[in-house]
Write a protein that binds this ligand. Structure first.
Ligand code: MF3
Ligand code: CO
Length: 251
């Protein structure tokens, strides 16, 4: 397994790619409200990415038909935007987007509430986000990769939520998906050693119910098998000798 170590120049480009993506996300968050269709969110996101002079990296990726993944309620990830899928008060919606800036990819995801949402849904969103931050406490040079996975899993365990196992985080750089894979569930092996200059995406996907997921007939949209709601939280981060740098953080 070859894990790329980025040069200073590459790190600068990664930072800029991620900064632009975070900016896109701020605008997308403001657009999330009852009455908007998932297709409108996709079109807006596509326009924002291009306005920054960047290329949406999800569009046509292994045939994916849109620039933004929009996943509602029991949809976990890779929701395919549709004109007729209208967000309603109380829904939760996961947006996942990425772009290419001068050859360098960025990737991030957030779950937002649509209008007022239930306390249970809010807790799912908050726990998913916090599990990312627990995971990256272990993301420093010299540690082993799976310390991140184990920290995410340990934080989620007391909630009784299902941690999605079929999809994982990943390295990122001149490709959207590079080595290594980054699971969000407990690992028995410790995985490769982290080194300064690695850029990776940590992205817990957490279900209110069981961990099992299935694919819809569109071959993309991943839903929970039991119909329970799901949240997603992802940032592109840079491994350093001390704290990781969260390249896509915009809040
Ligand atoms: N953002 C996803 C990931 O984190 C990739 C989505 S690829 C697409 O790995 F084709 F579905 F858009
Ligand atoms: Co990703």
């Amino acid at each position: 397994m070859a894990i790329n170590i980025k040069t200073e120049r590459e790190i600068r480009l990664m930072r800029e790619s991620c900064r632009r993506l975070a900016d896109v996300f701020q605008n997308l968050e403001e657009a999330v409200r009852p009455g908007i269709s998932t297709m409108e969110i996709n079109i807006l996101g596509d326009q924002l990415i291009r306005k920054h002079g960047c290329i949406p990296n999800f569009l046509h990726y292994h045939g994916y038909p849109a620039s933004i993944c929009v996943s509602v309620n029991d949809e976990v990830v890779h929701g395919v935007p549709r004109k007729k899928r209208i967000l309603q008060e109380g829904d939760i919606v996961s947006l996942d987007a990425g772009l290419i800036y001068q050859g360098y990819h960025s990737d991030m995801a957030r779950t937002f509430g649509v209008g007022r949402i239930s306390p249970e849904a809010q807790q799912l969103i908050d726990a998913t986000k916090q599990s990312f931050f627990e995971g990256i406490k272990k993301a420093k040079a010299g540690n082993h990769l799976h310390e991140i996975s184990n920290a995410v899993a340990a934080y989620i365990a007391p909630f009784g939520y299902g941690i999605v196992r079929d999809l994982v985080g990943h390295g990122i750089g001149t490709h959207l998906h590079e080595d290594p894979q980054i699971p969000n569930f407990a690992q028995t092996r410790r995985g490769p050693r982290l080194r300064a200059g690695m850029t990776i995406c940590v992205e817990p996907m957490i279900n209110m119910g069981a961990a099992e997921v299935e694919w819809l007939d569109d071959d993309w949209t991943v839903v929970t098998e039991d119909g329970s709601w799901s949240a997603h939280y992802e940032n592109t981060i840079l491994i350093t000798d001390s704290e990781p740098e969260i390249l896509t953080l915009c809040e």
